[in-house]
Write a protein that binds this ligand. Structure first.
Ligand code: HEC
Length: 138
């Protein structure tokens, strides 16, 4: 008697979760700057990548959307200084290296890329640094 009801509830939960997710991202995109949204994407993609590396998997291909770091609008447009541009280039360069890495140097290269997130943050926006440090593979 009860089983079908539970299944029904589970199914409806599944669907409502998906709807929630969509609503949330729309809300975030609306409120945040393009750069903040990109940063959050990079954070989550790298969290997944860390887990993949820890499981011994090889990353797929460099996410081209990271290149938006050169053009995305910032909350404070004066942040895009010449040093910001240098840090973006360094970051992109190190990130690309991760995706062409041999299995042996994957962890080192990944940590180097994460350290270039941190390096830029030390000059622009220090708040998220403790969060970014959690990406490092120890
Ligand atoms: C070239 C400099 C630079 C690099 C490289 C960089 N960031 Fe950022 N990050 C910023 C700036 C500037 C902001 C503030 C963006 C804004 O508010 O428009 C930011 C914001 C953030 C935020 C907060 C977003 C929010 O919701 O407000 C997170 C999280 C973050 N970065 C994580 C990362 C991660 C993870 C990496 C590397 C994978 C990274 N950042 C690489 C400069 C950088």
């Amino acid at each position: 008697m009860r089983r079908p009801l539970i299944i029904l509830i589970l199914i409806s939960l599944l669907f409502s979760c998906k709807k929630e997710e969509k609503k949330n991202t729309e809300l975030i995109m609306y409120k945040q700057s393009e750069m903040a949204a990109l940063m959050n994407t990079m954070y989550h993609v790298n969290l997944d990548l860390k887990e993949k590396i820890l499981k011994g998997q090889i990353p797929d291909s460099f996410p081209e959307r990271y290149l938006k770091i050169h053009t995305a609008t910032l909350t404070d447009s004066t942040d895009r200084t010449s040093s910001f541009k240098q840090f973006s280039n360094l970051y992109i360069q190190n990130m690309k290296k991760v995706y062409t890495s041999s299995k042996d140097s994957l962890t080192t290269n990944f940590n180097q890329a994460v350290n270039s997130c941190i390096a830029c943050h030390q000059t622009t926006c220090t708040g998220p640094i403790p969060r970014i440090k959690k990406l490092l593979i120890k």
